[in-house]
Each structure stands twice: as C-alpha cells, then as structure tokens.
Ligand binder design. Structure first.
Ligand code: ATP
Length: 325
C-alpha cells in the first residue's frame, strides 16, 4: 500500500487550492481507484471478497465549498460543516445486485459523477449510507475497497512511467503473461507489441503518446488485471474515431462481463442493456426502469433519449437495428 501511494501521499498532506485538489482527486483515483489519503477507521471491516452488491440508502451529499477546502487538508474535508452548501444529491436510494448493470443518465449537472464518486469514496456522503456487500464503505478497510472497485473513464490518466508500471498499479504482483492477457482482452495488445520497447515503453510527453481510445483501453486492461467485483464506468464524451470506438466497446464488454457495473451512460447500447436506468435531475432520481418502460412513460428520459441517445449510432449494431431486407 505504501509503495503504491508513496509518490502520491504528498497530495494528501499539503494544503491545496480547491481546483487543483479536486482535479487531482479525480485524476489520481482513476488510476488507484481510490482517493489517496482516504482514512480507515480503527477496527475497519473488510468487504467480503467477490461481493458485488451495491446499495445507496437515502444518500445525501453537499460538496465542501471552495473556501472550506482551501482551508483544510484533504483528510479534514469530511469533517467540515457543510449545512450552508447546496445539496447536490438528495434521497438517493437504489440497489444493484451482483453482476447487474445500472446506468445513470440525466442532464448536465444532475449529479451523475458525484453519485459515482461516493461509491469509491472520492467523497463521503453527508447523509445516508453507501454499502458494498452490506458493509458501509466508510467502515470498510481501504485495501478491500480498492480491491473491489475498478474505474474506467474516457480520459483515463497514465503516469509518466512504463506501460508495465502503469499496469502494476492495478495489480502489483502481475506477471508479464498476465499483463499480455489483460492487454489482449482490452484489444490493445497488438499496439503495445508493435512498440520497440513493448511493455517497457515509457508513456507520456517524453515517451509514447496514446490516443483517447488507446488510453481507455489501457484503463480497461487494468480492470481485467485487477478483476474487481464492481466497475465504475464513465462513458463521457471523448470523440473516438469509429475504429477506436469499436475496439473500446468490445473491450468494455469483456471488462464488464459478470461484474456489477455503475455506468454514467452516453451510449445507446449501454442504456438498452442496463438492468435498471436511474434518471437523475437536480440531484434526485426522478425516473427509474428499463429503456422501453421509460421511453413509453414519455417523461424526462423519453426527452433525453430523443435528444441525446437516439441520434447516436449504436455499436455493435443489434440485429433489431439491421433493416430486414
Ligand atoms: P455532467 O453530465 O455535466 O458531467 P453530472 O450529472 O455528472 O454532470 P455532477 O458533476 O455530479 O453532475 O454535478 C452535480 C452538481 O454538483 C452540479 O451542480 C455541479 O455544479 C456541482 N459540483 C460538481 N463538482 C463540484 C465541486 N467540486 N464543488 C462544488 N460543486 C460541485
């Protein structure tokens, strides 16, 4: 643990201005899947291995204000009095059974990212509770929480280290064989193999620059290496060319198979496949159900579907999308 967090502990020990602190949280947690500096209660409970059941019980959340964060160290953030700050999530109540996929949709600013960040303790709730396998995430050991959750976004962060080092954040003891197997599942092995230094290729400004779709596939390779029970996926809007998009989609299918998934959804194929769609608006769940039911209900989801999703080209095309000759 110390080795993983070593280069990053500075982040949690210094006073930081609000923007850089929050950007760093988001960036770093994509790699480590948890916020550095997260605290563990004495006598914390491990989340049982392989548990993928997620429960949000009447969750409420207020962000700390910019002033408060600039006055606090990152550890202190949880103890600040935020009653004056706007509530950005209220009465959030849902359960995701193991292996199921819940899609979060809603207008910009509805609270989708905030909700996903409460599961991995980027922030802690200010009311209610988030449980994994029946354990309140605030009572869980940090190691078990990190082992349980994997995070993939479309703008996943890579450190200026070798590909091998970047993969080892997901699984420190991973062998090269396991790495190649994960890269193959993530549809990025051929590209890495073609690089002169293969797994030892340096990443970033002074090394190999990966495109958005390639970075995302490396993030998926981390999930395949780590084998978490729960995946948080933010499909948000990097514009991938169609070849990249297809490869990412195939890699995601592999990464999500058999795992509980909480997806901030932007793809038609995702919302159609979701076991439940939660429609958020102004911090509340205003509609919930499956795609067909929500379209038929003619409410906010039906509007969003018409304006955002229906125009998107589904990949891979479903048999029902292919015109019958
Ligand atoms: P988008 O689709 O645009 O990403 P979203 O549904 O994910 O939006 P959030 O990013 O979760 O919405 O934002 C929910 C609310 O919380 C918004 O009102 C937003 O302005 C506010 N908010 C987000 N991040 C912070 C922050 N770090 N500090 C204070 N308020 C924040």
């Amino acid at each position: 643990l110390t080795r993983l967090y070593g280069p990053l502990t500075a982040l949690s020990n210094v006073r930081v201005d609000v923007m850089s602190a929050l950007v760093s949280f988001d960036r770093v947690f994509e790699v480590l899947d948890l916020r550095p500096g997260i605290t563990e209660k004495p006598g914390a409970t491990p989340i049982p291995a392989g548990t993928g059941r997620v429960e949000f019980r009447d969750v409420r959340f207020r962000y700390p204000s910019a002033d408060q964060v600039s006055l606090a160290t990152l550890e202190d953030v949880t103890t600040l009095d935020r009653t004056e700050n706007p509530e950005v999530l209220s009465g959030i109540d849902f359960t995701v059974e193991p292996g199921r996929m819940v899609a979060l949709v809603g207008p910009s600013g509805a609270g989708k990212s905030t909700l996903s960040m409460l599961l991995s303790r980027v922030y802690d709730v200010t009311g209610g509770a988030v449980l994994i396998g029946g354990v309140d995430v605030r009572d869980a050991t940090v190691d078990s929480l990190r082992d349980t959750i994997g995070v993939v976004t479309q703008d996943s962060h890579l450190f200026h280290e070798t590909i091998k080092d970047n993969l080892r954040y997901a699984r420190p003891g991973a062998t090269e064989e396991q790495m190649w197997s994960a890269l193959t599942g993530a549809r990025i092995a051929a590209l890495v193999r073609a690089l002169p230094d293969g797994l030892d290729t340096m990443v970033g400004e002074r090394g190999h620059r990966f495109s958005g779709g390639e970075k995302q596939r490396l993030a998926i390779a981390r999930v395949l290496l780590k084998q978490p029970s729960i995946v948080i996926l933010d499909e948000a809007t990097a514009h991938l060319d169609s070849e990249s998009e297809a490869a990412v989609q195939r890699a995601l299918t592999e990464a999500l198979r058999g795992r509980t998934a909480l997806v901030i959804a932007h793809r038609l194929s995702t919302i159609r496949d979701a076991d439940e769609i939660l429609v958020l608006d102004q911090g509340r769940i205003v509609e919930r159900g499956r795609h067909e039911e929500l379209v038929a209900a003619g409410g906010l989801y039906a509007d969003l579907y018409r304006t955002q999703f229906a125009a998107a080209i589904p990949y891979p095309p479903r048999s029902s999308d292919v015109p019958v000759p």
